[in-house]
Design a protein around this ligand. Structure first.
Ligand code: GDP
Ligand code: IMO
Ligand code: MG
Length: 427
């Protein structure tokens, strides 16, 4: 009766969507447990390409039940846009279940996300502007609106009024914006309520009962370890728990039922938005990774910042999440390099750090200590087993595995479902 978590080991966009889709046919449930439509997962099946934001990637596997857990923040308009888009392409979304305790993103929080970023100027986070941060802040502040509130109009109006008491002042007096009225907000939130109703249930109960029946549950993270609100590069993080601990709180599945944690790690590193990134490249090498790896955001289209593999953060992710297996993605993107640098430690003011520095300011000026591994020139996209990889690519995989604190069980050699080298079966 396994519950398995898939988490991002870097700053997001590691290829979690592809990995989840790959395992989809072998699991009964795929659960999104954190974040919202800030996520962007591209999944390629045959010649079809899907960009998912709010729906778990398991939605693409017939028979697999996709679940939006209590830890997610839901933009209801986006939810139905995504459902309609998939239905139009012949994907059955009827099995979807949505937690009654998930929070919803009201329009005022989308406005606040955008104006706050503008207000912060050079101190901005570079958010996706989807209202994610303000909605999690409301949740912690106990002024959030939950999915279940949409089915009790009186309560909904009371809660919106309570939240707007404060927020309309902030919008008007600090940001010089007109705040929406209570009625307008309630009306907007209720637009799709009846359509949403059949999907809503106690997803924690549903999932635990599934585990009792020995069914398999896959918990799919949005964002990643270094974007986690507790364990990431705060304040340059998202506002949810994207790590394995968050998989439990965000789904209602207890830690004792989680028996595998799969860390998704790219063969190099990318980051979108602001914040420290020790191995970032500002030269042609970075441009080469961005072009070859098609590193442009699925959600905002922003060019992703690119840099070499950082084994210090991979080890950190292995520790924070208890990673049992890594999936090393996009190895094909490194093909054609003469040598491949890998960051093994940091130099901070002349002192070597093998672990993440305690202080964020040290991380901001950490200088990577590189080891250089020999490159390979052969096309590896057709490789399906380790033996198919050229010797230098195998050396890279082995070296990265030794540095990163968990075994590498699968290797991505292309965006398509089957463009994968399986080293150890994952489910
Ligand atoms: P996620 O947010 O972690 O799900 O990752 P994204 O979907 O945002 O970004 C990963 C991108 O890399 C997507 O466009 C995938 O189709 C693509 N991708 C995933 N695995 C591989 C791989 O092994 N090789 C290549 N070339 N592309 C990959
Ligand atoms: P997936 O699931 C990469 C980043 C934003 C910004 C910070 C805060 O596709 O890996 P937010 O809108 O969440 O308040 O923004 O987090 N960010 C991501 N970066 N991949 C993501 O998701 C991200 N989701 C948020 O760029 O720096
Ligand atoms: Mg992404």
């Amino acid at each position: 009766m396994p519950a398995i978590a898939i988490i991002g080991a870097q700053w997001g966009d590691e290829g979690k969507g592809k990995a989840t889709d790959l395992l989809g046919s072998r699991v009964d449930y795929v659960v999104k447990f954190n974040g919202g439509n800030n996520a962007g997962h591209t999944v390629v099946i045959g010649d079809e390409k899907y960009a998912l934001h709010l729906l778990p990637s398991g939605i693409l596997t017939p028979g697999c039940t996709p679940v939006i857990g209590n830890g997610v923040v839901v933009d209801i308009d986006v939810l139905f846009e995504e459902i309609d888009g998939l239905e139009a392409r012949g994907v059955d979304t009827s099995l979807l279940r949505v937690s009654a305790s998930a929070h919803v993103i009201p329009d005022y929080n989308r406005s606040l996300d955008k104006v706050t970023e503008r207000f912060l100027g050079s101190r901005r986070i570079g958010t996706t502007g989807r209202g994610i941060g303000p909605t999690y802040a409301d949740k912690m502040n106990r002024i959030g609106i939950r999915v279940q509130d949409l089915f009790d109009e009186k309560i909904l109006a009371q809660k919106v009024e309570g939240a707007l008491d404060l927020k309309s002042q902030v919008l008007a007096k600090i940001y010089n914006r007109r705040a929406p009225s209570v009625e307008q907000t309630v009306e907007e939130l209720l637009t799709h309520a009846e359509r949403l109703r059949p999907y809503v249930c106690d997803t924690g109960l549903l999932l635990n009962q599934a585990l009792d029946r020995s069914e398999t549950v896959l918990l799919e993270a949005g964002q990643a370890t270094l974007l986690d609100v507790d364990h990431g590069t705060y304040p340059f993080v998202t506002s949810s728990s994207a790590t394995a601990g968050g998989a439990c709180t965000g789904s209602g599945i207890p830690p004792t039922r989680l028996d595998q944690v799969i860390g998704i790690v790219k063969a190099y590193t990318t980051r979108v938005g602001e914040g420290p990134f020790p191995t970032e490249l500002h030269d042609d090498a970075g441009e080469h990774l961005r072009t070859t790896g098609a590193e442009f955001g699925t959600t905002t289209g922003r060019p992703r910042r690119c840099g070499w593999y950082d084994a210090v953060i991979a080890r950190y992710a292995a520790r924070v999440n208890g990673v049992t297996d890594f999936v090393l993605t996009k190895l094909d993107v490194l093909t054609g390099l003469e040598r491949v640098p890998v960051c093994v430690a940091y130099d901070v003011d002349g002192v070597r750090h093998d672990e993440m520095p305690v202080n964020q300011s040290d991380f901001h000026h950490a200088v990577p200590v590189y080891e250089y591994l020999p490159g390979w020139q052969e096309d590896i996209s057709g490789a399906r087993s380790l033996a198919d990889l050229p010797a230098n690519a195998r050396t890279y995989v082995t070296a990265v595995e030794e540095m990163s604190g968990a075994r590498i069980s699968a290797i991505g050699v292309g965006p398509k479902r089957d463009e994968t080298v399986v080293v150890h079966e994952l489910v």
